[in-house]
Design a protein around this ligand. Structure first.
Ligand code: CAA
Length: 258
């Protein structure tokens, strides 16, 4: 069904693989449209509890497609950046957690895709950067905003102004990624983390994601109020009764997602 991505579901985990290895998985309009489509499918599927995003071949994603953007005037450029933002924001805002399994280059739009995900796990061979100013543009899929929020203004400005590309261990040191593993362990580690998430109460995980995101850009009192409201609705779920009963009865919970 898709030409530029692969999608499958196994044991409550969705797997999206960007599949244009001949172009280092560069995000052109077709890839972005397919991502938009698959994200809608994921949001309609109540069985999926976590999603892993990765890239086929040597790259995670080496950015937006430079061959396509070279031809674009400001009108087309705006269309592309708007679609890119829509895709990244959908990942960021969807209640289901997304894990980026960064297998190789995560540059420009690729770094932005990884940053839109909730958690980043990198292969020791992965490289990160926002090289756009070397092309006469700036990060356009959310990088100027998400990078500074993830690593602070100083590192964001360093990476964006210099277009420096950093290795996985440096990305981990500045807080851009949560873990670095050997390349052959990458998917196993991403699956381990996704599996931990999938084993928890889905409504509670979704409430946690939404509350962290919504509270992050608000003041702490507003964030605290959002937390009280989200917690209150968790108290009304069947899964809250089940989770606490399972703890007290020393057994595994059986989530019903309600
Ligand atoms: N767009 C289009 N094609 C790309 C691409 C991109 N972002 N990145 C790589 N490719 C293509 C190359 O043009 C090449 O195609 P051909 O075989 O037709 O020449 C093929 O992928 C393989 O790439 P290389 O030969 O360059 O492979 P390499 O191993 O020597 O280098 C690389 C790999 C370091 C990732 C290098 O390809 C590179 O620097 N890519 C561009 C990175 C970049 O600048 N990204 C930012 C894009 S702008 C952006 O993303 C804007 C935004 O925020 C939305």
């Amino acid at each position: 069904m898709y030409k530029n991505i692969k999608f499958e579901i196994r044991e409550h985990i969705g797997y999206i693989t960007i599949n244009r290895p001949e172009a280092m998985n560069a995000l052109n309009m077709d890839v972005l449209k397919e991502l938009k489509h698959v994200l809608k499918k994921i949001s309609d599927d109540s069985e999926i509890r976590a999603v892993i995003v990765t890239g086929e071949g040597r790259a995670f994603v080496a950015g937006a497609d430079i061959k396509q953007m070279k031809r674009y005037n400001p009108v087309r450029g705006r269309q592309m950046m708007t679609l890119g933002h829509e895709v990244m924001d959908t990942i960021d805002e969807m209640p289901i957690p997304f894990i980026a399994a960064v297998n190789g280059y995560a540059l420009g739009g690729g770094c932005e895709l990884a940053m839109a995900c909730d958690i980043r796990i990198a292969s020791s061979k992965a490289k990160f950067g926002q090289p756009e100013v070397g092309l006469g543009i700036i990060p356009g899929f959310g990088g100027t905003q998400r990078l500074s929020r993830l690593v602070g203004k100083g590192w964001a400005k360093y990476l964006i102004y210099t277009a420096d590309v950093v290795k996985a261990d440096k990305a981990e040191a500045i807080g851009l990624v949560q873990a670095v593993v050997e390349p052959d362990q990458l998917m196993a580690e991403a699956e381990r983390v996704a599996g931990m998430i999938a084993s928890k109460a889905p409504i509670a995980v979704a409430a946690a994601k939404t509350t962290i995101n919504d509270g992050y850009d608000a003041d702490i009192r507003t964030g605290g109020r959002l937390e009280i409201e989200a917690e209150t609705s968790c108290f009304g779920t069947r899964d809250k009764g089940e989770g606490m009963a399972a703890f007290l009865q020393k057994r595994q919970p059986n989530w019903e997602n309600k």
